[in-house]
Write a protein that binds this ligand. Structure first.
Ligand SMILES: Cc1cc2nc3c(=O)[nH]c(=O)nc-3n(C[C@H](O)[C@H](O)[C@H](O)COP(=O)(O)OP(=O)(O)OC[C@H]3O[C@@H](n4cnc5c(N)ncnc54)[C@H](O)[C@@H]3O)c2cc1C
Length: 403
């Protein structure tokens, strides 16, 4: 009998999963349901080249729209899955349909964390998660506009870089003591702070935003220290929350993400989950975690699709991410922790250096800035659990791959 796989969420993981299912030769019915109006697309360019007007929207699409009917994938945009019934094996959509599945994949991703502050609903206050957010921000980001960015994480700083290049007056308000503090070493934060400041961005750290003022549209951002910042538009980037409510209501195990095993299987034998929405084990890291990255979305989607086709391949990858700001490509491999020894290779003044993280001598993570070779070598060495001599590791003239 023909099997039906339903994929909930048409983001990076959903899009990759349906592609892998067909590549593996799954010839049953595939229904992919997404609440956005677009075919699955890559989000990274939304705060980078697309926002800067340097990349056409269509280039973000994982596959062209025609590919889905060609591969007999029943793609249903603008449709929210409102619930599923594990016993009946059906999902219910916002259009009132009940669709039967044999296997279900939840790829529901994350949503932005919203600031609950007075005035937060004024016009021209934006978040950045989807294509329509980028288009709305782009429309307001005119030369001379006063742009206030709340949150100095990588999305906030990418937007700052584009905005200042566009000729806007840009202020970044970061709550913690340094920018990108969740993902990079103090030396790297300091470098990025200087790069942005040199480009004309005003960076304020240790700032708690308490509210927004304006008549209809935002005009000012208010902070706890009584300072205020004039604004024509505000972009808020203060993190995301996993979309787990659907899974929780369906009685699946949820704990900061949909709980899955190393094959992306949930607590139900017929349901898998992949991408930003999962809490998954990683034997290379020796712990469970939830990640927000393209690498994780792609690799988990492949793992889940393989498992749905009966091929069990454990998900165990060293995480990697990137961020593009100005002429700088920041590539991060591994997950650093406070207390790791940080070794700097190269000179930040050359806009080309790496921060290497050693834990009891073991190479666990890297922040490589315009150091593509270090990034490539680090992926392999970190996965191997390589130990490095900190003095040698600092010698940028010695290739990392030869250590
Ligand atoms: C601006 C921006 C820049 C980024 N830059 C980088 C970067 O440089 N490098 C990097 O590694 N990562 C980056 N990321 C993160 C990366 O895009 C995500 O990790 C990735 O998109 C996760 O894919 P996903 O499929 O798990 O989730 P998503 O891409 O969020 O897709 C989930 C989809 O499911 C839909 N959905 C949710 N619930 C339902 C439902 N009940 N019914 C129907 N549809 C539903 C959502 O609307 C969404 O379309 C960036 C993200 C953003 C927003």
């Amino acid at each position: 009998m023909t099997q039906t796989i339903i994929v909930v969420g048409a983001g990076h993981a959903g899009g990759q999963a349906v592609a892998t299912l067909r590549q593996k030769g799954f010839d049953g019915r595939i229904i992919m349901i997404g609440d956005e109006p677009y075919v699955p697309y890559e989000r990274p360019p939304l705060s980078k080249a697309v926002l800067a007007g340097e990349m056409e929207l269509e280039r973000t699409f994982l596959k062209k729209a025609a590919w889905y009917p060609e591969k007999q994938i029943d793609f249903r945009p603008n449709t929210l899955v409102t619930s599923f019934d594990r016993r009946a094996k059906t999902v219910t959509t916002s259009h009132g349909e009940n669709l039967a599945y044999d296997k279900l994949l939840l790829a529901t991703g994350t949503r932005v964390r919203k600031l609950q502050a007075p005035g937060a609903k004024l016009e021209n206050i934006f978040y950045l998660r989807a294509i329509d957010d980028t288009l709305a921000i782009q429309k307001q980001m005119k030369p001379g506009a006063k742009v206030v960015i709340v949150g100095g994480g990588y999305i906030g700083l990418e937007v700052a870089a584009v905005a200042v290049k566009t000729g806007c007056e840009v202020t970044v308000l970061e709550g913690l003591e340094r920018v990108m503090s969740r993902v990079v070493a103090p030396e790297v934060s300091e470098f990025y702070d200087k790069v942005h400041t040199d480009a004309g961005v005003v960076i304020k750290t240790g700032m708690a935003v308490t509210g927004f003022e304006g008549h209809g549209k935002v005009e000012r951002v208010l902070c706890a220290d009584d300072s205020s910042y004039p604004a024509d538009l505000v972009v808020i980037g203060v993190g995301v929350l996993p979309n787990v409510e659907l899974a929780a209501e369906g009685d699946l195990a949820v704990d900061n993400g949909i709980v899955v095993d190393e094959y992306c299987q949930t607590s139900d034998d017929n349901i898998w989950a992949a991408g930003d929405c999962t809490n998954h084990p990683n034997s290379l890291l020796g712990r469970r975690l939830r990640l927000e990255s393209v690498q994780n979305a792609v690799d988990q989607a492949k793992t889940a699709a393989n498992a749905m086709c009966g091929e069990l391949k454990e998900y165990a990858e060293i995480p990697w991410f990137w961020s593009d700001q100005y002429d700088l490509k920041l590539q991060i491999v591994g997950l650093s922790e406070p207390g790791d020894e940080v070794v700097i290779r190269g000179n930040p003044a050359d806009r080309k250096f790496s921060a290497i993280y050693l834990r009891h001598g073991q190479f666990v993570a890297i922040n490589a800035i315009n150091m593509i070779k270090d990034f490539m070598a680090a992926k392999k060495l970190i996965a191997e659990g390589k130990h490095l001599d900190p003095v040698k590791a600092a010698e940028a003239e010695v290739a990392l791959k030869d250590m």
